[in-house]
Design a protein around this ligand. Structure first.
Ligand code: NAD
Ligand code: MG
Length: 384
């Protein structure tokens, strides 16, 4: 019996993880579940799974959570620190599925326990980079990639130095793959969150639409598979069937394929190094018929170019990029800035703010806060 904690249990990845865990109650039991504000979703999941503890990030929701769990014997807690404490309970396997840099400290707390951490929360790895990798290594924790592309690479990757010549991350291209910049100018949040192949949270859906998501994934891949930034490539593949590829020095290319359902990579990480059954649709290539590939367009999708540059420059650039992007995406979703403003805001913050490379977690947090502050002032200027 393995103990499981899910950070971000009410989100898209969190509920997919719960779906798998709940199918095998004799194999998995829930230690902690966390969410930010959805008390009903959190309490229902905690009751269904007889979780030991349920934590709500928003302290104002504490009484509501306590009421919802009264008489169940499930411990209720609230606040940012309680989320970190839940992560530090040291479950055998923790899903890090909080969205954005809010997931950084909980993910680091889980890693410090030296167990398995399934990483969906790419923003934390993008910002903290080698600080996160080093602390995972020193704690003896196993970082399991859940992002579908990185999970695909993980399944195809031989870590011995000098073997891999290229990693090719596939990208669906998002809902505006074929649109002109002029057409993208008037994109609404509702249009941007409607992804052609995947059903995901709002923030990552917008990132997919700007292709910043693929840029963040390049940086994520750089830390998970350290073969050199110049050996990482993006290939647009609208069907989302080939989830990524690894090319070896002998010319062999290994790929992982599957239906676009996050439960496939999550199940891989959950059962690793074994396998588990899932109810996911089986891949029917004859029915699909054609798989197509095209080069990414860095002019129509400048966010991808910004992230690629941040990867090459290294240091604090990825943390600044991520913070500015999170701020701009939140403003876009709130109707405060336009779709094309997102990459423009990120570019301007990167031009304005060039801090030294962070050496500690608190330096990452400080750089993130300052970059958000700068993004907010750029946005005020755009609005005025
Ligand atoms: P989501 O918005 O659906 O869910 C986010 C979860 O985080 C929720 O449970 C929410 O309550 C919690 N949360 C949000 N802010 C918080 C805070 N301040 N403190 C504590 N908890 C907070 O997001 P998602 O689509 O499930 O994505 C989660 C992460 O996984 C993201 O980093 C995303 O990039 C990554 N990811 C998602 C998918 C996908 O298919 N959805 C695929 C690959 C990677
Ligand atoms: Mg992905």
């Amino acid at each position: 019996m393995r103990t499981i904690s899910i950070l971000g249990a009410t989100g898209s990845v969190g509920t997919s993880t719960l779906d798998l865990v709940e199918r095998e109650p004799e194999r998995f039991c829930i230690e902690a579940l966390t969410a930010y504000s959805d008390v009903d979703g959190l309490a229902a999941a905690a009751k269904r799974t007889s979780a030991k503890v349920a934590v709500i990030g928003d302290e104002r929701r504490y009484e509501a959570l306590k009421d919802a769990l009264s008489g169940t014997g499930i411990e209720a807690a609230a606040g940012t620190h309680a989320v970190i404490d839940a992560a530090a309970r040291g479950a055998d396997w923790t899903m890090a599925a909080i969205v954005g840099l809010a997931g950084l400290e909980p993910t680091m707390a889980a890693l410090s326990c030296g167990k398995s951490v399934a990483l969906a929360n790419k923003e934390s790895l993008v910002s903290a980079g080698s600080i996160m990798i080093r602390s995972a290594e020193s704690a003896g924790a196993r970082l399991l990639p859940v992002d579908s592309e990185h999970n695909a690479v993980f399944q195809c990757y031989e870590p011995e130095p000098g073997r891999v010549s290229r990693i090719i991350l596939t990208a669906s291209g998002g809902p505006f793959r074929t649109w002109s910049r002029e057409q993208m100018r008037t994109v609404t949040p509702a249009q941007a969150v409607k992804h052609p192949n995947w059903s995901m949270g709002a923030k990552i859906s917008v990132d997919s639409a700007t292709m910043m998501n693929k840029g963040l994934e390049l940086i994520e891949a750089h830390h998970l598979f350290p073969i050199g930034a110049d050996k990482l490539e993006v290939l647009v593949h609208p069907q989302s069937v080939v989830h990524s590829m690894v090319e070896y020095i002998d010319g062999s290319v290994l790929a992982q394929l599957g239906s676009p359902d996050m439960r496939v990579p999550i199940a891989h990480a959950l059962a690793y190094p074994e396998r588990m059954e899932t109810p996911c649709q089986r891949l029917d290539l004859a029915a699909i018929g054609t798989l197509t590939f095209e080069a990414p367009d860095f002019d129509r999708f400048p966010a991808l170019a910004l992230a690629k540059d941040a990867l090459t420059a290294g240091g604090a650039r990825p943390a600044v990029l991520n913070a500015a992007n999170e701020t701009a995406v939140a403003a876009f979703l709130a109707g405060e800035v336009g779709f094309l403003d997102i990459a423009a805001i990120v570019a301007e913050v990167l031009a304005q703010y060039e801090p030294d490379a962070p050496k500690t977690l608190s330096e990452v947090v400080a750089i993130d806060a300052e970059a958000r502050h700068k993004a907010a002032s750029v946005m005020r200027r755009i609005a005025a």
